[in-house]
Each structure stands twice: as structure tokens, then as C-alpha cells.
Design a protein around this ligand. Sequence first.
Ligand code: PAF
Length: 279
Amino acid sequence: MTPVKVVEKIAEMRSLRRGLGEPVGFVPTMGYLHEGHLSLVRGARAESRSVVASIFVNPTQFGPREDFASYPCDTERDLALLAEEAVDVVFMPSAAEMYPERFGVYVDGGKVTERLEGACRPGHFRGVTTVVAKLFNIVRPTRAYFGQKDAQQAVVIKKMVADLNMDMEVVTLPTVREPDGLAMSSRNTYLNPAERRAALVLYQALRLAQRLWLEGEKDAGCLRREMIALIQREPLASIDYISVAETETLDELDKVKPPALVSLAVRIGRTRLIDNIVL
Ligand code: PAF
């Protein structure tokens, strides 16, 4: 297998970009790839002449007490996986390349970034929108691919692309799950065996909400309460938030009116996990 082309400098990425066949599909990642990332790459491959992926653990989207320094990393494995998926270019800049000393302009994603993940992780989305806008400007993709697992991130990025008139499309692809239902995440690697079992409670709570709704329950408060009660029965779990919200504004709902985003953030031991489904 031919090794994938790796580019570390913005200038080189720009110059390579000029020679890529259109349309260009782009998959931004922070590395430590799993099947969720690979499904995005395959989605991009199926719709594009050229595929660019990026690997960059973006310091500005981590809070001071978050896991930036310990974020899992296996670049050799990532590059082998991307080569297998016939990715054309992997953009892998350093932090200094992306944030030179005098860097000072950030993208503010507005109201939709203030709730859910934004409320629990102040500054997180400012880091995400800023780095994603920079990556879009450097790679200039036709389409960029994001996972539904980070539902709010996808909403925020779609809004940024629309509001800032970026000439490209954002595609969201379904969450990829382990056979027992746990949503794939690079952070699952932090879980010990007991926590890994306990982590199933996230998907169980989402399935419970879905079942109640299918049985006719329209009261969003009732769905939230039932999910909370189920999660509280798991001793290793502690809830950051449980939400039943409108899918674009992320405004909390009183009555469930589809499509509705049911999402949650739960700590299992020291690991913070998120997941969601759309009703
Ligand atoms: O979802 C992620 O991995 C990151 O938030 C992203 C989009 C690569 C930006 O750093």
C-alpha cells in the first residue's frame, strides 16, 4: 500500500490543494481514529474525487481542566488507516503553525454555542469554530464531513458556514456504535472494564426516551425525568446534562415535536461521554 501524503505546513497544503481533482471531501479529526472517523472518510471517498483528512489536537477547544495533555494519540496507526481508505492528503500541522505567536482572531458561534456542551465547557466552541474555519480556509473543501455523535458541533459548524457565506457544504453522517450500543469515541479508551460496562447507560437512557416517545409520551419533561432516573441507578455515572431540544436552535422543548434532539453528557468515573438520538 502506498503511504499517505502527509503535509505539515499551511503553504504546502495550499499549493497541493491547487492540484487536487474536484470535488474535494474533507474530514477534520483530532486523530486516534476509530470506525466513526473511518465512516466519515468513506462517506467523503464515495462523493469526492479527492479526500483530505486533518489530524490536529486543537488546544483552543480544551478547557484548563480538560484532557488536552493526555488526549490519546497513535499517529502511525492513524496514517496507516487513512492510507487504507485511499485518502489523498493528511494535513497534520503543529500548534505553532496553526496559532503563531501573534494569533488573535477567534470565531464566535453565537447563541447556539451557549447551551449544552457550550454551557458545560466554556470556550469550547470558540476553539472549535476558530480551528474549523481556519482548516476550511486552508483546505477549501467542496464538502466537509462530521459525525452526528457531536450533534451540537455539527449544528454550530453548519450555522457558521451559512452565516459566514462559506462556499461549501457540511455533511453529517450517523453515529457509529459498538455492537452493545456505546457510541464510538476516542475517549472510550479511558474507561476501565467496570466503567466500560457502566457507559452503556448513556445509550440505554436514549433508547428509553425513544421507546417512551414511540409509545405516545409527548411531554419532554417526562422523558428527561425518566432518563435521569435510569442514569442515577448507575453508581459510576454522574449527569452533566440531559436535553430534549429543537434540532437547529437547540432550544429546550416542553412538548416533543419531531425532529427533536435528545442528547446527554454523563461522566463515567473521570471520563466525560456524550451521545444523542433524533426523535
Ligand atoms: O470533532 C473533532 O474531532 C474536533 O472538534 C474537530 C472538528 C476536528 C475540531 O478540532
